[in-house]
Design a protein around this ligand. Structure first.
Ligand code: 5GP
Ligand code: MN
Length: 316
């Protein structure tokens, strides 16, 4: 499939790169890097993300050119870090309108939905796969692309600390640094800079922490009222879920975020527990230790009871 993907990419004059909804640094960094690589070969390449780009990623060159879905038709559309077609949201129409399709992903729950697919669950990030492909294909990586790829690997691997990190992850990171990625700049922007909304929300949500009687499952809730009262954006809620997992006894945690018409559920677990299976059971997916799903037609309280029971079961 690696050779087929190269053929598809090199044969296309116009390429759309589609990210997943609620885009993270891996999907955006990978797609923007691929765009820069393809533009370097004289092709027209455009990145699409239904939900736009979180403000804290805009320091990276190329992020401002990410577009909202439109009716354009491309020779090739590549879904990047997308584990199932619905995860493209509105951008699925760009994928469906394209003459040919491909996908690059590393989620273990992914079932291929394009004829050409490079799916490697052993990679810490889709950005790692793209860095490796770059080497295999003999493509030149610009400093801007290297910054995006390093940032994608860093965020999906807990800044190179999770159990998805391998020698391959560090080799790919080294390639990015050798091509101009600046880890100190990215670290400062991504991990040492925050918004007032995030810090206020962090205090509020952690204050409402609920623990199961045995202390193994934690539940956090973020209501729309919390967001309004902390003057916080949706983006400000990201990362909060991880704090509850720092409690000694806690093996799994759910953060429920109230959205318009549904509850977004973020799941995290310590090794050896698996929350991907829990997410899949409720129509979602993701990674073994970080997954998610959405609930409709239930209040945040009802959802809390359902997910707490499922997590208690998963960490038995
Ligand atoms: P987060 O909790 O940070 O939003 O998501 C954690 C992981 O779970 C990410 O890898 C994300 O792609 C995946 N994920 C979150 N929500 C969903 C969902 O509704 N469906 C699927 N398939 N994956 C999800
Ligand atoms: Mn990823």
């Amino acid at each position: 499939m690696i050779a087929e993907l190269k053929r598809e990419l090199e044969a296309a004059d116009s390429v759309a790169l589609v990210c997943h909804v609620s885009p993270d640094m891996d999907t955006l960094g990978s797609a923007v890097a691929l765009r820069l690589l393809l533009e370097g070969m004289g092709k027209r390449a455009v990145v699409y993300a239904q939900d736009g780009v979180p403000g804290r990623f805009l320091f990276l060159s190329g992020m401002r050119d990410v577009r909202l879905p439109d009716e354009a038709v491309y020779d090739l559309c590549v879904a990047v870090d997308v584990s199932d077609p619905q995860r493209m949201g509105e951008a699925e129409k760009v994928f469906n309108n394209a003459r040919r399709t491909a996908m690059i992903d590393h989620h273990p729950t992914t079932v291929p939905f394009a004829p050409v697919h490079v799916i490697r669950p052993q990679a810490a990030a889709t950005a790692q796969i793209i860095t490796e492909l770059c080497g295999r294909y003999g493509w030149r990586m610009s400093a801007d692309a290297a910054m995006c790829l390093w940032a994608g690997m860093s965020t999906d691997s807990g800044n190179f600390s999770f159990d998805n990190v391998s020698g391959g992850t560090f080799r790919a990171a080294a390639v990015c640094v050798e091509n101009g990625a600046q880890p100190s700049v990215i670290t400062e922007k991504l991990y040492r800079t925050s918004t007032q909304g995030h810090i206020r929300l962090l205090g509020r949500v952690l204050n409402g922490l609920q623990l199961s009687p045995d202390g193994r499952v934690a539940l956090l809730k973020l209501t729309q009222r919390d967001a309004v009262e902390c003057a916080a954006t949706q983006e400000d809620g990201e990362g909060i879920v991880n704090f509850a997992l720092e409690i000694e006894s806690v093996q799994a945690v759910a953060l429920l975020s109230e959205r318009d018409g549904f509850i977004k559920c973020s799941l995290r677990a310590r090794a050896p527990y698996d929350v991907a299976q829990v997410a899949v059971r409720f129509g979602g997916g993701g990674h073994v230790r970080a997954a998610g799903c959405n609930f409709e037609g239930k209040t945040i309280e009802e959802t809390g009871a359902v997910i707490a029971a499922a997590l208690a079961d998963a960490v038995k």
